[in-house]
Design a protein around this ligand. Structure first.
Ligand code: SAM
Length: 300
């Protein structure tokens, strides 16, 4: 079974924000499109949602936040997901500060892959972008190594391209090549000191040994002498919505059909699996492309 929304888009993944708490204060953070955090989704509710989603044919779950590692019960939560939905692939997006100590247990619980935010390799710049404390950058670097040693694959670095860090991209590419991780260069969503990703992409095009376009959001993937660099461009890519295949769950337990809207959320409330399935179906019915390219049928 595959869920299909009214615009013909398959809905194959859940993106669950498991907390709005975070140990960092990144200057650009979009907070996963959430308004002020309220109570935190319970482990039981998160497991019930994953159970219902997998029964409806969803195949992947991305754990996000806030910072997911702020939750001490994350390993139990992942094990719970695996118990009710063994075939579902579970990934995480984390700032990596607390990853070193937990990577192995997370992998043992059933986590498959990890995206780790890393906006700079320069300790001072890293601190000024993320509000991190002294020593946090080293913790993230150790976390990346631990993720690789624990067998999480792929491990991807998420770098939001800003004016402050765009000159560091060659160094980041070199770092990712040496560490065996993929570098994701992310275009800043919303207002802020956006870097010039277009020029970066022109350079990559000129230097790459090969280029692939992924179906998800038509992301381009460049191969450069052993390094892998992906470009994530949510705003200027007019096909962003057409290829969106996820349903979001907010940290306070609501189904969120679109990152960029807060007027069509559905409160989960119930722990009854049939009721949660009904709510997921309703959330899928409420999905519509945010960027319609001036044409209501653009996403069909
Ligand atoms: N704290 C976790 C982390 O650092 O991955 C999870 C939450 S964070 C909101 C998830 C991802 O969204 C991070 O990779 C971050 O870089 C990205 N992100 C946050 N705000 C963004 C923005 N305004 N534009 C583009 N990406 C953004």
């Amino acid at each position: 079974m595959v869920l299909i929304d009214p615009y013909g888009r398959k809905v194959t993944g859940l993106r669950i924000s498991v907390t709005s708490r975070c140990n960092l204060r990144c200057i650009y953070c979009h907070h996963e499109g959430e308004v002020a955090g309220g109570r935190e989704i319970s482990r039981e509710m998160a497991v019930n949602v994953v159970n219902a989603a997998s029964r409806l044919g969803m195949r992947s779950v991305k754990i996000t936040g806030g910072e997911p590692l702020m939750r001490r019960d994350l390993e139990e939560m992942i094990a719970g997901f695996k118990e009710v939905a063994p075939g579902v692939e579970i990934s995480i997006t984390t700032n990596g500060v607390y990853l070193k100590e937990r990577a192995e247990r997370l992998a043992a619980a059933g986590l498959s892959r990890a995206n780790i935010s890393l906006d700079s390799l320069d300790p001072e710049r890293y601190r000024s972008i993320t509000g991190a404390r002294e020593g946090d950058l080293e913790r993230v670097l150790d976390g990346i190594e631990a993720a690789m040693l624990s067998g999480l694959r792929p491990v991807k670095l998420n770098m939001v391209v800003l004016k402050e860090n765009e000159r560091e991209i060659p160094e980041m590419i070199e770092f990712s090549r040496k560490s065996g991780v993929t570098l994701q260069l992310i275009e800043l969503l919303g207002e802020g000191p956006k870097g010039d990703l277009e020029s970066v992409e022109r350079l990559l095009e000129a230097q790459a040994d090969g280029v692939l376009t992924r179906e998800l959001h038509r992301r381009r993937k460049y191969f450069l002498n052993g390094a892998v660099v992906e470009i994530v461009r949510p705003i200027d890519n007019t096909e962003f919505c057409a290829h969106c295949n996820r349903l979001r769950v907010t940290s306070d337990g609501k189904l969120k059909p679109c990152l960029l809207r807060n007027d069509n959320l559905l409160e989960i409330g119930s722990t009854d699996p049939d009721e949660i399935e009904r709510l997921i179906l309703e959330a899928v019915r409420r999905r519509e492309p945010f960027f319609r390219c001036g044409d209501a049928d653009a996403g069909r």
